[in-house]
Design a protein around this ligand. Structure first.
Ligand SMILES: C[S@@+](CC[C@H](N)C(=O)[O-])C[C@H]1O[C@@H](n2cnc3c(N)ncnc32)[C@H](O)[C@@H]1O
Length: 378
């Protein structure tokens, strides 16, 4: 957000907070999933959908990309205003992928993925930790319980912050957790504040990775560690191949990402801002019997456990078609706000792109980097 003044930032925050109240209502935190969706302010929802989709017109030329990169803040804010309820309905309160062991339930695998990141970052009891792009706080709650650390979640979406705060009260984690509004490209924290920083599938929303990584570097104490599951296109990706570009575009459109970067861009960005990279490991590059994209694939052979059936029914191809049909009827009857179907269609495109990208190993949602701010950093 270079060139943005403090007044402009304050004004944007005020506007986004007001809009969130108008759209989701005063008691936003407590409603979830389809109940929340069906109780939106209808005209505000229409505006939010329009704001999100305005940059995704099928174009992938440099000019179209620049427009998306320039508007990353409002565009991502609008995206999460309209998809958060669908995410919670389909996936739960941790908005990320994970690896699966044979026989492991969906939710056990999600929690294990979070524990693994906390372990790799070396998070321990008493640490002050920043969760960059914290969603509704699912990972922060799990990592706080797992490690005993104190965690601050940073997010630019007011609705998700309201939900994260509601859940930490509900689960009696208020002493360990706090959630604050902010843009990860322009953080308000004092330099050298945090012992550890982690980010799960969030920094891909940045218009420039040096921007967000540089802010993380700044707020980490010298010797502090940053661990991230990054969404990137792998070394197999060729941007000049139309089939490859189509997959990346589907992921960008359906996930509100201004531009999918290649792995090497992320690797270099970490080094450029001063980090020493300790771990560089694509966790999706493996021969797992059950791939990370299994819940989206619609392939019944991946169901391992009776308790996974309900998740599978909501997230699989068939389940998504059913949700789409239901939302379409509800929208026509006036129960679901206008634009809801457009959102489910965009999410469908994302699912198709994610599975295709995963199968061809062109894309990974779990590029693990662990990076250290040198002890002698200024
Ligand atoms: C896919 S979600 C992941 C959320 C969370 N890490 C999890 O795993 O449940 C991406 C998150 O990044 C947040 N985000 C996107 N752009 C942001 C920005 N510029 N500043 C702060 N947060 C941002 C979104 O609001 C959303 O909460």
């Amino acid at each position: 957000m270079s060139g943005t003044t403090q007044e402009e930032t304050t004004e944007l925050r005020k506007r986004q907070a007001q809009f969130a109240k108008e759209l989701h209502g005063e008691d936003a935190g407590s409603k979830t999933g389809l109940t929340a969706l069906f109780s939106k302010n209808k005209s505000a929802q229409k505006e939010a959908v329009a704001k999100y989709l305005k940059h995704w017109d099928g174009k992938t030329d440099a000019e179209a990309e620049d427009r998306r990169l320039e508007d990353y803040n409002e565009s991502t804010h609008s995206y999460y205003n309209v998809v958060t309820d669908f995410y919670e309905y389909g996936w739960g309160s941790s908005f990320h992928f994970s690896r699966f062991y044979k026989g492991e339930t969906f939710f056990a695998s999600v929690a294990r993925h979070e524990h693994y990141l906390a372990y790799k970052a070396g998070i321990k009891e008493g640490d002050l930790v920043l969760d960059v792009g914290c969603g509704v706080g699912g990972p922060a709650r799990e990592i706080a319980r797992f490690t005993g650390a104190n965690i601050i979640g940073l997010n630019n979406n007011d609705y998700q912050i309201a939900k994260a705060k509601y859940y930490s009260k509900k689960f009696h984690l208020e002493d360990q957790l706090d959630f604050v509004k902010g843009d990860f490209m322009n953080m308000d924290f004092e330099p050298a504040t945090f012992d550890k920083v982690y980010a799960i599938e969030a920094t891909c929303h940045a218009p420039k990775l040096e921007g967000v990584y540089g802010e993380i570097y700044k707020v980490l104490k010298p010797g502090g560690v940053f661990a991230v599951y990054e969404w990137v296109m792998t070394d197999k990706y060729d941007a000049s191949n139309p089939e490859h570009r189509k997959i990346a575009y589907e992921i960008e459109l359906g996930d509100g990402i201004p531009k999918m970067f290649e792995c090497d861009v992320a690797r270099k960005a970490l080094k450029n801002v001063g980090f020493e990279v300790l771990v560089d490991d694509d966790l999706a590059d493996n021969d797992d019997e059950i791939p990370w994209y299994a819940p989206l694939s619609g392939d019944w052979k991946y169901i391992q456990n009776i308790s996974d059936l309900s998740t599978f029914v909501r997230t699989s191809y068939l389940g998504r078609k059913l949700t789409n049909a239901m939302v379409s009827v509800m929208e026509r009857l006036g129960f679901a706000p206008e634009g809801s179907v457009k959102v489910t269609q965009a999410l469908e495109e994302a699912a198709v792109g994610l599975v295709a990208g995963g199968e061809a190993k062109l894309f990974t949602p779990m590029m693990l980097f662990v990076a250290k701010k040198p002890l002698d950093a200024k």
